[in-house]
Design a binder for this molecule. Structure first.
Ligand SMILES: *[C@@H]1O[C@H](CO)[C@@H](O)[C@H](O)[C@H]1NC(C)=O
Ligand SMILES: *[C@@H]1O[C@H](CO)[C@@H](O)[C@H](O)[C@H]1NC(C)=O
Ligand SMILES: *[C@@H]1O[C@H](CO)[C@@H](O)[C@H](O)[C@H]1NC(C)=O
Ligand SMILES: *[C@@H]1O[C@H](CO)[C@@H](O)[C@H](O)[C@H]1NC(C)=O
Ligand SMILES: *[C@@H]1O[C@H](CO)[C@@H](O)[C@H](O)[C@H]1NC(C)=O
Ligand SMILES: *[C@@H]1O[C@H](CO)[C@@H](O)[C@H](O)[C@H]1NC(C)=O
Length: 260
């Protein structure tokens, strides 16, 4: 008799839990995968209903995880296998976690609703995240080239790649190959403290929305394109500590300029 009651109670409780759960099962599985491979996650990451029981750093809308904010919380790990399962993710910030190593998988390019990404390095598929407005990958230890596909992020307003070990040239569009000169809504180009080489592309002068341009502390050479004075909204222009030669553009007309 007693054991029958226990079975009955178990069924009732299971159903209550099932009804109460507010987290989509794919998102739950993906969070559990993170939980089992990363260390130092917040203590509130307990139970089987992250949306319902408010796991720290996780925000949901309609049972789907829409935001993951784990910046500077000392998490560590190296596996990101399931992160692309969060189909409704809009905001992903994993920055400033020195123990978090590795690369986001190419499938990150499937997260079409992502507007904000703070973590890298990122694969070339970044170019399919059409809604990205903020891309901040600064202060990590990324090496290699700037992916030209970033030029496909036509809604990008803020691009901060500073303080890494990026090398190669600033990508410029040419035929079917995208480049940063296509980012015609960009306001902040911040690439300082890398190992970028080659010239400052003349086509940078086409991104007339720019308000801040930081190219300092790289190994850029050649002359400064004279059409940079086309960037009439720029208030801060940093070019120092490169190997640039020749005259500066005529800055008359750059009426917002407060720092060169
Ligand atoms: C993106 O979000 C909208 C709601 O904001 C939703 O209808 C749509 O299905 C989402 N897209 C994906 C790929 O999940
Ligand atoms: C830019 O974002 C808008 C929504 O804000 C979207 O409709 C549009 O497709 C995006 N543009 C590009 C080129 O992806
Ligand atoms: C960039 O750095 C990597 C090592 O991190 C090196 O293999 C590659 O040749 C460098 N590329 C350029 C263009 O300097
Ligand atoms: C200035 O920018 C506009 C808009 O992108 C462009 O049409 C024009 O050719 C540029 N002028 C120069 C000198 O680069
Ligand atoms: C700039 O540096 C590259 C090597 O990174 C070199 O091939 C090129 O000749 C240099 N150009 C100028 C104008 O100094
Ligand atoms: C700079 O441009 C302004 C107007 O655009 C012009 O009046 C001035 O003479 C130019 N200065 C130099 C040194 O070319």
């Amino acid at each position: 008799m007693g054991s029958r009651i226990q079975v009955w109670l178990l069924i009732v409780f299971t159903q209550i839990l099932f009804i109460a759960a507010q987290t989509n099962s794919d998102d739950l599985a993906a969070l559990h995968a993170i939980k089992s491979s990363w260390q130092n996650l917040p203590p509130s990451w307990k139970g089987s209903d992250p949306c319902g029981s408010s796991w720290d750093g996780i925000a949901c809308t309609n049972s789907h995880v829409t935001s993951i904010k784990l910046a500077g919380v000392l998490v560590s790990g190296s596996q990101f296998g399931d992160i692309a399962s969060f189909t409704n993710l809009q905001f992903l910030d994993l920055s400033n976690n020195i123990g978090l190593k590795g690369t986001l998988p190419p499938s990150i390019g499937n997260l079409k609703n992502l507007t904000t990404l703070f973590f890298g390095p990122i694969p070339d598929s970044i170019g399919s995240l059409q809604l990205l407005v903020f891309l901040a990958l600064n202060s990590n230890s990324f090496s290699g080239p700037i992916p030209p596909s970033i030029g496909n992020l036509l809604n990008l307003s803020w691009l901060d790649l500073s303080d890494n070990q990026l090398n190669g040239t600033i990508p410029v569009s040419s035929g079917p190959t995208p480049g940063l000169d296509m980012l015609i809504k960009a306001k902040h180009f911040v690439f300082d403290n890398n190992q970028l080489t080659g010239n400052i592309p003349r086509t940078l002068g086409l991104v007339q929305t720019l308000e801040m341009v930081r190219l300092d502390w790289n190994s850029l050479n050649g002359s400064v394109p004279l059409n940079l004075n086309n960037l009439t909204s720029v208030s801060e222009l940093y070019l120092s500590n490169n190997k640039l030669t020749g005259p500066l553009p005529n800055l008359t007309g750059m009426n917002f300029l407060t720092y060169v």
